[in-house]
Design a protein. Sequence first.
Length: 316
Amino acid sequence: MDALRGFSDLALGSRLKRLSDLLMKEVQLTYDYFHIDFDPYLFPIIKIIDNKEGVTNTEINLALKLSQPAITQALNKLIAKGLITHKGDKLDKRKKIITLSEKGKNLVARMKPLWTIIDIVVKNYTAHESNSLTEHLNQMEDKLYENSLSETIINEAKHYVVNNFEIVDYNPLYAQSFYDLNIEWLKTHFYVEAFDEEVLSKPETYIINKGGHLFFAKRDDTILGTVALMPTDNPHVFELTKMAVLPNQRGQKIGQHLMQHCIDFARKNEFEALMLYSARILENAIYIYRKYGFVELPVEPNCPYKRSDIKMELKL
């Protein structure tokens, strides 16, 4: 019998601590497997430093809302490992700007693909409905005990290495792939609307030149998939759209990697939200959007896509 479960909500704090310790242990096993010398407890600090490309101690405190002793202890560990450096602020010499060292940059570059996989796997472990936090913890713990989190992450990472690809920014050489991938997807699931044809055939005019972004999953010289972040009337909100993957590459979570890349990019650039339009018949896609935190909004009468009957938003 699990005594903590028997104590119900009275043991919520202890339950969360136990779960936290289990998750940290499993992620540490993952790092160890891939010979990455890093303490998962330091992740929030190093991620903030990487995102900001230079941050003060106070800014870390405000961003993470951790105690100052905890932040200082983490920073000291990162300094001891040679992963961060301090330098004086040009305008205020009293301020110390914290940045990644070259060693830190190299380590973060190695960890980023693994972070994406960890994020995807953990979402799968937490994607279930419940009526209370305690019930949700029960379901999550059951899944963790049934399927080792570290083994699942390692297996996914191995799969990623076997099917290795990189995510790159727009290049005019990729314009035809952007068009072909999306036209194929539309013809398979719906039909090509005039608005689609116009945007897909002129990505620089409608996306890049308006401040939008295009990303591509690329293996060697082959474009495997693509996604766009299009500007909206709100300069702080971008539309996640035009996601498509080669038919023979589907099922490898390339789309999820592209979406996570967009979310990370949006957070790093301090967007307020991402929104998207979809169709309810695409049940798997809707499920994944919800898993990533998108919530449903009313579809406006002047929606640009006739096929769309659902609008969703992710607050960042």
